[in-house]
Design a protein around this ligand. Structure first.
Ligand code: PLP
Length: 440
């Protein structure tokens, strides 16, 4: 094993990264292919990475980091996990794409459906966004209705009608948060706050004859970690059933993360449709949507809801997903991951309490969120934006010490099975030192 050269505040450099970023900005809008990667919410140019191994990544300046971003969630087994790599390489040797059915999607499909009690049939696509977009179309096709209810603080990919925020008021029509979205599309979306059943009741009362579905991240983890109560999600389920509106759990981030059955299993709630992404591809571009047989039978070519994809169920991507999901089914996998996460987060939260730093590290499964507040936060509007200045400093100080967090205070962190006790102890020491700088 190669000696890992971690940066320190004295030696940290971004010379090579900065040079690459200058060139990248000539070629790509903002130098990136997904906005958050541009480091606009933190300090300095983005760090360019070229190698990953377990829970570690090495940047183009030759510095190593313990990674808590894990490619935004997919890498639950860490980087370049040997069994995943081996299976991908074996599959790759036979060709990269056929545009036909292959045995590979059968293998992962069977593994998934056999071990997940809340779904009966699945369709593979190539991203989380595509999964959500298709699930919404399916809900509209099944119900013959058009509107969608979403929650402020939940992210569902860059689907036109879901890139909306609430107006002023409890329940409002969506206001587009991106240029290029016709107002008429945004008007198809109703927005309500999280953790507020009265708002949902009002929305269902007003719009149930037009509403195809309610879509929620059952574990909202794209705008901080806004953990909901089970009773809230259970009530949501009942209200949707009574109103004749489908309930979609967007589990692109929580699927296979909060246990193999994701949030549906964690809370034991049966949604009508579940969307997947991230972990399901084991680091390759895969998404999926799944539901009962009776709902999925509406999808073409069985039914009238059209949805297709040139590279859907790509064999190499399916292989990465299959090898990953198989590892997750090993006895004790989730227990040990959650135990590690609980230990790590309570160490940090305790450290902050002892030092009177207004920071907590709430977690669920193996997702955590450095929260610059002393309160439990369940709604997007409870997040104090000024805490993000603290995050900005923490992010830089952590980088300088060899700990990598996603470059925004609204992003969660992930712990993988590759994070060992020693790696976590290393990271703890560095994060504590960074927080000392933040609050010095
Ligand atoms: C990441 C994510 C998406 C979008 O997935 P992409 O693969 O980035 O298109 C959608 N919904 C949720 C809940 C996500 O976490």
């Amino acid at each position: 094993m190669m000696q890992k050269n971690y940066p320190s505040p004295e030696t940290f450099t971004r010379t090579q990264s900065a040079a690459l970023f200058e060139t990248a900005k000539q070629y790509f809008p903002g130098g990136v292919h997904s906005p958050v990667r541009a480091f606009r919410s933190v300090q300095g140019p983005p760090v360019f990475f070229e190698h990953g191994e377990g829970c570690h990544m090495r940047d183009v300046d030759g510095q190593w980091y313990v990674d808590f971003c894990c490619s935004w969630g997919p890498l639950i087994l860490g980087h370049a996990e040997p069994t995943v790599l081996a299976y991908v390489q074996e599959t790759l040797a036979h060709g990269m794409s056929f545009g036909t059915p292959t045995p590979h999607d059968l293998k992962i499909g069977e593994l998934m459906l056999r071990n997940h009690r809340y779904i009966e049939m699945v369709r593979f696509v190539s991203s989380g966004t595509e999964a959500v977009m298709s699930a919404i179309r399916l809900a509209r096709g099944v119900t013959g209705k058009s509107k969608v209810l979403k929650f402020e603080g939940c992210y569902h990919g860059h689907v036109d009608s879901l890139l909306v925020k609430a107006g002023s008021g409890l329940v409002t029509f969506g206001i587009s948060t991106s240029a290029g979205i016709p107002a008429s599309f945004a008007q198809e979306t109703i927005v309500a706050p999280l953790a507020d059943l009265r708002a949902v009741e009002e929305a269902l009362e007003m719009h149930k004859n037009d509403l195809a579905c309610v879509i929620i991240e059952p574990i909202p983890a794209n705008n901080g970690l806004l953990i909901q109560d089970r009773s809230y999600l259970a009530a949501l389920r009942d209200m949707c059933t009574r109103a004749g509106v489908l309930l979609i759990f967007d589990e692109v981030i929580s699927g296979f993360r909060a246990g193999f059955e994701g949030a549906a299993g964690y809370y034991n709630i049966q949604p009508d449709i579940i969307t997947f992404g991230k972990i399901i591809g084991g680091g390759m571009p895969v998404g999926a949507y799944a539901a009962s047989r009776s709902i999925m039978e509406h999808v073409a070519p069985m039914g009238p809801v059209y949805q297709a994809g040139t590279l859907s169920a790509n064999p190499v991507a399916m292989a990465a997903g299959y090898a990953t999901l198989q590892a997750l089914l090993q006895p004790g996998f989730y227990e040990s991951l959650e135990e590690k996460t609980a230990w790590f987060c309570s160490e940090l939260t305790q450290f902050c309490q002892i030092n009177n730093y207004p920071v907590r590290f709430p977690f669920i499964g193996s997702i955590f969120w450095p929260t610059f507040s002393s309160q439990r936060i369940r709604r997007a509007d409870e997040i104090d934006g000024s805490g993000m200045d603290h995050f900005k400093v923490m992010h830089l100080e952590c980088l300088k010490r060899g700990v990598y967090f996603g470059p925004s205070g609204y992003e969660v962190g992930f712990i993988s099975s590759a994070h060992t006790q020693a790696d976590l102890e290393f990271a703890l020491e560095k994060i504590k030192a960074s927080l000392d700088v933040v609050f010095a």
